[in-house]
Design a protein around this ligand. Structure first.
Ligand SMILES: Nc1ncnc2c1ncn2[C@@H]1O[C@H](COP(=O)(O)OP(=O)(O)OP(=O)(O)O)[C@@H](O)[C@H]1O
Length: 247
């Protein structure tokens, strides 16, 4: 399996505060890789550093290597054009616009690049999320939490990303909807999308992932095959809870 995305000694800071340091992470083609960790561990910062979307440009150093090219100096738009896409924790939908317009905006870059058949992806997204098709004329701001999450993922898929980065996709969702979200992640993987998944719901994340990293205070403390991490006493004690089933 070839390495699609890799970080080499990636660091990011806010002013003088180092929020993530020396992260060496790999996403191989077709894999789901998860980064788990407590509040404030640096998970979102890591995704933003990979995407080039930190609040202050240039506040990351180290390398982001994508398909063997160092992309760490590219602006966000160019990283998107290369095939990276981030669904941020806040989803950032256009609330006063209908579902379908939000989705079409996700394909705007491909439209502008005169990519043929870019609109066909809309049917693929509707096939994956029939609920969005039913609600395609409804304003995004009136959707339920789970539907908003589907729309955020659907909009990202309209750009045909090769690596989809998801920041806490299960946040604030009811257990049944969380299950649906993780089911979707498995379906995306079957469709050939590689996924970098940041989650506080460690158990569910490790259950769908191939490989995992445990982030503590900005540093990788543990890494390994997800199935091994699920049984690692340190992970169980700190992130899974004694005998606790999240879903
Ligand atoms: N814009 C910012 N300015 C200053 N400090 C920030 C900023 N964003 C995040 N931080 C700090 O960086 C650290 C890492 O935050 P980050 O949001 O990456 O953690 P996280 O693991 O994603 O947490 P959570 O699970 O709560 O979302 C925290 O101490 C946070 O307070």
């Amino acid at each position: 399996m070839s390495i699609l995305l890799e970080t080499k000694n990636l660091c990011a800071q806010y002013g003088k505060v180092l929020a993530v340091q020396n992260i060496n992470l790999k996403v191989k083609s077709g894999q789901v890789v998860t980064v788990i960790g407590a509040n404030g561990a640096g998970k979102s910062t890591l995704l933003n550093a990979i995407m080039g979307s930190l609040p202050v440009p240039g506040s990351a150093n180290g390398e982001v290597v994508y398909q063997e090219h160092d992309i760490s100096r590219l602006i966000v738009e160019d990283r998107v054009a290369n095939g990276l896409c981030l669904v941020p924790e806040k989803r950032e939908l256009f609330s006063s616009m209908p579902v379908e317009d939000n989705l079409l905006l996700g394909g705007f870059r491909r439209y502008r690049a005169r990519e043929k058949n870019w609109r066909d992806t809309l049917d693929e997204v509707y096939e994956l999320f029939p609920r969005l098709k039913e609600r395609r004329m409804q304003n995004a701001g009136t959707l339920s939490g789970g539907e908003r999450q589907m729309l955020a993922v659907g909009r990202a898929l309209m750009g045909k990303p090769k690596v989809l980065m998801l920041d806490e996709p299960s946040l604030g969702l009811a257990p049944l909807v969380v299950r649906e979200v993780f089911h979707t992640i498995m379906r995306l993987r079957e469709n050939g999308v590689s996924i970098l998944l940041v989650e506080q719901n460690a158990r569910a994340a490790l259950q769908v992932a191939d490989y995992g990293y445990v982030l503590e205070m900005g540093e990788v403390r543990l890494e390994g095959n997800a199935s091994e991490l699920l049984h690692d006493p340190r992970v169980i004690e700190s992130y899974l809870g004694f005998g606790k089933q999240d879903n």
